[in-house]
Design a protein. Sequence first.
Length: 274
Amino acid sequence: MKIFVSLDLEGVAGIVDWQQCVASGDDYAIGRDLALGEVNAAIEGIIAAGGTETLINDAHSVMRNLPPSLLAGRASYLSGRVKPLYMMQGLDPSFDAVVFLGYHSAAGTPGILSHTYNPKAIADVRLNGVPTGEAGLNALVAQHFGVPVAVITGDQYVGPEAEPFCPGVTAIVVKESISRYAARNLHPDAARELVRDGVREALARRGELLPPQITMPATIEVRFTSPDMAEQATWIQGVRRLDFVTVAFTGDEPLALFQTFIALVYLTRSLVES
């Protein structure tokens, strides 16, 4: 059994501030240790369910947040910040299931540190008219490869957000968001136990899970934080302007839709950084 883990940090228990999430942050070492604990708990759950191979795709920020030698179970580690498939890099049809670990809710929600890929550029995303965050968008890649999404971990918002796109997904709630910058967190040991046991139980019934079944052709609408970003997005073939700050694009191939979205993320980053 081969399992793909897409790792973010904002949904890890104990993480409530950007200073815990970026390498330049004062509390980054704390955030890194908390994330490592939940990653290793997930790996333990994978092994307990019969997993023989695990790939951890470090998908947060600069994407090199973990000390590789401290990963449990001799897990493989995909790191580095330039990835064509971004948070889903490394997934292919040989995997049996996907785990979304440490995920956060979408831009515009009250979830802790909520955003969608780029908090300075993207204000809202809708997939076939349904508001979505990173889980729904990343599900497009899982659908392309025919791999079910078995688990998502984070606050109380990530499970309901993922469910329309990831049928049968198990949501493991390790903290309760009070606002975008405050949460009631489980003790790290308790959170890790939940992750380990929840991953094991979800993978034990992996034969019942279906890959994402997002209706095709599908339309993605993206609302940006500025008109300049929307204008820049239309430089990509097939992207059309809906209003000053909103664009949309439609396609019948899940992977191509995801790649267009990622192109928007990379392209509009230039305006954020300028």
